[in-house]
Design a protein around this ligand. Structure first.
Ligand SMILES: *Cc1c(COP(=O)(O)O)cnc(C)c1O
Length: 414
């Protein structure tokens, strides 16, 4: 074998040794709670389709209608000729949703959340990267980490969800680097692998004190948080011109894409300068057309019912009996992680659940810190309470099968 391939093969072998090799299963059915995988029907707790809209017939029909009206592809980037009426309507809709929380709110539809995060961080630093510092939560999503790298600004990582530690770091940085005039604080609103919330009111207060931007990645908040599903800003009732909001549209909204909402001037700067927005083909207009339907469901009374059902599912899972060595993270969202620890153990658990007809992915480093390998259990409004019972029984059976002693029932009850 030639040397270059040999080097890659050796690195792949090392992943095997560390139980870090990932593989993909091929689904033969739509994203739903019951999926066909490798010829078997499985109950899935994997997807980010929190409201169960990805295969909703009304959304699918809107996608079809959008394709009939606007074709299969956009044909060009937004600044050339790919920007179509449904993209503009989508931007207006999401700007309208965030308008109570962001002054002079304007939307910008971007093809993916990953690209939107690159766009925001690179563009906010771009006028003067040497005079910019990005303060980034230790558990931020990979796309925010990559956006911070792309920006060429200084990056200071602050301890997870710790506004007090951030305050100290910002104060220290201000005295040590007086030339830095442009500050950006960036955070997930709901942390994707932990399910907890960022302390947005405290972070915003700091940003206002320092004249800093607060970039909020609401990938797991949009559709799930807030009475109308507008996300984390609605949930906390924040309002500020400092906020740059980003929501993804492939999760609770059930389709694909992302939207940035910020002050008109910020969005105009992004349109002019954000390379991951400019130098890529606009998403298919049909996707934006389908999103107009799904987002209307999200904000409707039906959307509220779906969010209430999601909360009921979470409560139904509350009393699952698990071995002491495993722990659940305190999460008030649809993301219910179960930390098992070592890679080999979590893989064994995921396999045992798979044998029982449940599909839940094992999440390992570098997606989560080493030693905190976990099952990332996610609920969807399309799940039933019976599905959650099945999950609980399967977890309890798998725990016994792995030889991990279950706590006594009376110990587990409050
Ligand atoms: C999924 C996700 C993204 C990326 O969004 P895509 O539209 O899938 O590219 C960004 N940030 C967070 C926190 C996410 O969970």
């Amino acid at each position: 074998m030639n040397l270059m391939l040999h080097r890659l093969q050796a690195a792949l072998n090392e992943l095997d040794v560390q139980q870090l090799r990932r593989s993909r299963r091929i689904a033969d059915s739509a994203c739903a709670t019951r999926v066909r995988v490798d010829g078997r029907e499985l109950l899935s707790f994997n997807s980010n389709d929190y409201l169960g809209l990805a295969s909703d017939p009304r959304v699918v029909e809107a996608l079809r209608e959008g394709a009939l009206r606007y074709g299969a592809g956009s044909g060009a980037s937004h600044l050339v000729s790919g920007h179509s009426r449904p993209h503009a309507q989508l931007e207006e809709l999401l700007a309208h949703w965030q308008a109570p929380y962001i002054e002079r709110a304007r939307g910008l539809a971007v093809s993916t959340g990953y690209m939107a995060n690159l766009a925001v961080l690179a563009a906010l630093a771009q006028p003067e990267p040497n005079h910019t510092v990005i303060f980034s939560d230790a558990l931020n999503h990979a796309s925010l980490i990559d956006g911070a790298r792309l920006s060429k600004a200084q990056v200071v990582v602050y301890p997870h969800a710790d506004a007090q530690a951030l305050a100290e770091l910002m104060a220290k940085h201000a005295t040590q680097h007086p030339q830095v005039t442009n500050r950006v604080v960036v955070t997930d609103s709901v942390f994707s692998m932990d399910g907890d919330l960022a302390p947005l009111p405290d972070l915003l207060a700091l940003c206002e004190r320092y004249g800093a931007w607060l970039v909020v990645d609401d990938a797991h908040g949009l559709g799930v948080l807030g009475a109308h599903g507008a996300g984390a800003l609605e949930h906390f009732g924040l309002r500020s011109p400092h906020v740059v909001w980003m929501g993804t549209l492939g999760k609770a909204a059930g389709v694909s894409g992302a939207c940035i909402v910020a002050h008109d001037t910020v969005v105009e700067w992004l349109v002019q300068k954000a390379r991951s927005y400019i130098y890529t083909t606009a998403s298919a207009p049909a996707l934006a057309h389908a999103l107009l339907t799904s987002l209307n469901i999200v904000s409707s009374a039906e959307g509220q019912q779906r969010r209430a059902h999601l909360a009921a599912l979470r409560m139904g899972f509350h009393d699952v009996l698990l071995p002491a060595a495993w722990y659940r993270l305190p999460s008030e969202t649809a993301i219910q992680p179960l930390v098992v620890g070592q890679n080999a153990q979590v893989l064994q658990l995921a396999r045992a659940l798979y044998e029982q007809g449940l599909w839940i992915s094992a999440i390992r480093a570098p997606t989560v810190p080493t030693g905190t390998a976990r099952l990332r259990i996610t609920f969807s409004a399309a799940h039933t309470l019976e599905d959650v019972q099945q999950l609980k029984h399967a977890l309890e059976a798998a725990a016994q099968h792995q030889g991990a002693a279950l706590p006594q029932a009376e110990e587990a009850s409050p």
